[in-house]
Write a protein that binds this ligand. Structure first.
Ligand code: NAD
Length: 480
């Protein structure tokens, strides 16, 4: 389909199952014009001192606060989340506020200058040059947070940013654009556009750097398109996070941590716990506790403000999770609690589901499930636990809960993943903006922890404070 004949895209409400919105995808011509406008404004934005950008970003945080209720409401309709949507704007505001306080120090640390040791009359200095225009392509699972997570450090770095959130969860864009329109200097360098994969591909043609958060197959298509233009792609992709629970682990602690790590946001989190490996001697006791904990979770139906988990955001995702459960049962797994999705008022819900007697031939242990499913498998030795945890083509994050911190750390250091939570699960949130990491294997390229630096190119300036060497008067000298 050509960009000029694009049709409105239907949007399904996750709580009612109804198509209650259509969005008009931005055309190629609109994307091109928007990118040109942003690029022009970026020149002054990127050259301004960081203090100027901090002032503008503080103003934006204030407008986000003013429109908090509208943002919460839109995010909640997009996702069917209750409690999580309540805090989503606060996480965005928090990310801005934190960078306001430490961005100047980050710039300072990254700048290096001095003299060349072999040629002391040559002085060097470093410029940090932002990529002029960043394109952010976001997923549906945490639309407000994930469409701004990278845009914010990029703006502090001096980039202009065009964001295309997922067509599955686009309602928050209207109140978000309202906040941006109320900050004159920001609206020149930040915008959100609506659209789908085709819109994403169009953005790739007009920007200098892409930050993509989504699935592995689509990440590959994005990387290929970026490679054709020789622009870098930061890819934040899927996961199949394992947790290892050893013989002497505190099983109550482990059950609490596994449930939270696997079931928060109905399991629709890239760093959800998706595989549970437990020492054979404590397997049965752990499963008993986990089932007991899981049965205490309540759905946020019919009242979105109550309960801990909501419906699947996407009907397609419910089908994938059901298929993983069917596949596991057909290959010998047993359901200890929970089970496949069911319809409540048009929304597709699933209770926290514990599976036992699972193995690595099953989709639920190999492919990303992205639902509230906890498949539990026994291991005999530490070596076997590490081998099972690493037996995946994903490497986003992982967790270890052991009898001592030293034992947990020993195992954590051998797991191939970008982030490992120790004596808990799901600690990735605590690392944003502080810790640095890179996703392993198919889970991505370019680090979550890269912060502002990922959006800047380093430029060396070399200054000769002496005489230039003559190639005629003097023979060439080795400088090493
Ligand atoms: P998706 O790949 O279907 O879509 C993501 C975004 O990419 C959407 O905006 C979509 O319109 C766009 N898109 C799709 N195909 C494209 C193409 N060919 N070219 C350009 N743009 C394209 O992913 P999703 O289903 O929205 O999100 C769920 C996935 O995202 C899961 O795999 C999850 O693990 C992953 N995820 C990863 C992280 C992380 O930080 N690593 C965070 C959240 C979600």
């Amino acid at each position: 389909m050509s960009a000029t004949t694009r049709q409105p895209l239907p949007v399904r409400n996750p709580r009612t199952g109804e198509i209650d919105l259509h969005i008009m995808p931005a055309s190629d011509a609109e994307i091109a014009a928007t990118c040109e406008r942003l690029r022009k404004a970026q020149s002054a934005w990127g050259r301004a001192p960081i203090e100027h950008r901090i002032g503008v970003m503080k103003h934006w945080a204030e407008r986000l606060r003013a429109h908090r209720a509208a943002l919460v409401e839109a995010d909640s309709i997009d996702t069917g989340y209750g409690q999580i949507s309540q805090v989503a704007p606060d996480m965005v505001i928090g990310a801005i506020t934190r960078l306001c306080s430490y961005a100047p120090a980050v710039f300072q640390q990254l700048r290096r200058s001095g003299k060349s040791p072999p040629m002391p009359h040559i002085h060097f200095d470093t410029n940090l040059r932002p990529y002029p225009l960043l394109g952010v392509i976001g997923p549906w699972n945490a639309p407000l947070m994930l469409s701004t997570l990278h845009a914010i450090p990029a703006l502090f770095a001096g980039c202009a940013v065009i964001v295309k959130p997922s067509e599955v969860a686009p309602r928050f864009v209207r109140p978000m654009m309202q906040t941006i329109s109320e900050v004159p200097e920001l609206r020149d360098v930040l915008t959100f556009v609506l659209g789908d994969a085709e819109t994403g591909q169009s953005i790739i043609q007009h920007v200098d750097l892409i930050n993509f958060t989504g699935s592995v197959p689509n990440g590959r298509k994005v990387a290929e398109a970026c490679a054709k233009r020789f622009i870098p792609a930061m890819l934040e992709l899927g996961g199949k996070d394992p947790v290892v629970i050893t013989q002497n682990a505190d099983l109550e602690r482990a059950a609490t941590a596994v449930l939270r790590g696997a079931v928060t946001s109905t399991g629709q989190v890239c760093f959800s716990i998706e595989r549970v490996y437990v020492h054979e001697s404590v397997h049965d006791r752990f499963v008993e506790r986990l089932v007991k904990e899981a049965d205490r979770v309540e759905l946020n139906y019919p009242d979105v403000t109550r309960g801990q988990i909501g419906p699947f955001i996407s009907a397609r995702q419910a089908q994938i999770v059901d298929d993983h459960i069917d596949d596991a049962l057909a290959k010998g797994a047993r359901v200890r609690t929970g089970g496949k999705s069911f319809n409540l008022g048009g929304g597709l819900y699933m209770r926290p589901t514990v599976l036992v007697d699972v193995n690595h031939d099953m989709k639920v242990m190999r492919d990303e499930t992205f639902g509230p499913v906890m498949p539990v498998m026994k291991f005999r030795t530490e070596e076997e636990a590490i081998q099972l945890a690493n037996d995946t083509y994903y490497g986003l994050s992982a967790a270890v809960i052991a009898g001592s911190d030293a034992e947990a750390r020993r195992i954590a250091d051998r797991i191939d993943a970008g982030v490992v939570s120790v004596q808990d699960t799901f600690l990735t949130f605590a690392g944003f903006g502080v810790a640095e990491w890179e996703s392993f294997k198919f889970s991505g390229m370019g680090g979550r922890g890269a912060g502002m630096l990922g959006f800047m190119r380093k430029q060396a300036v070399l200054i000769n404070t002496g005489e230039p060497e003559s190639m005629i008067e003097e023979p060439l000298k080795a400088t090493a």
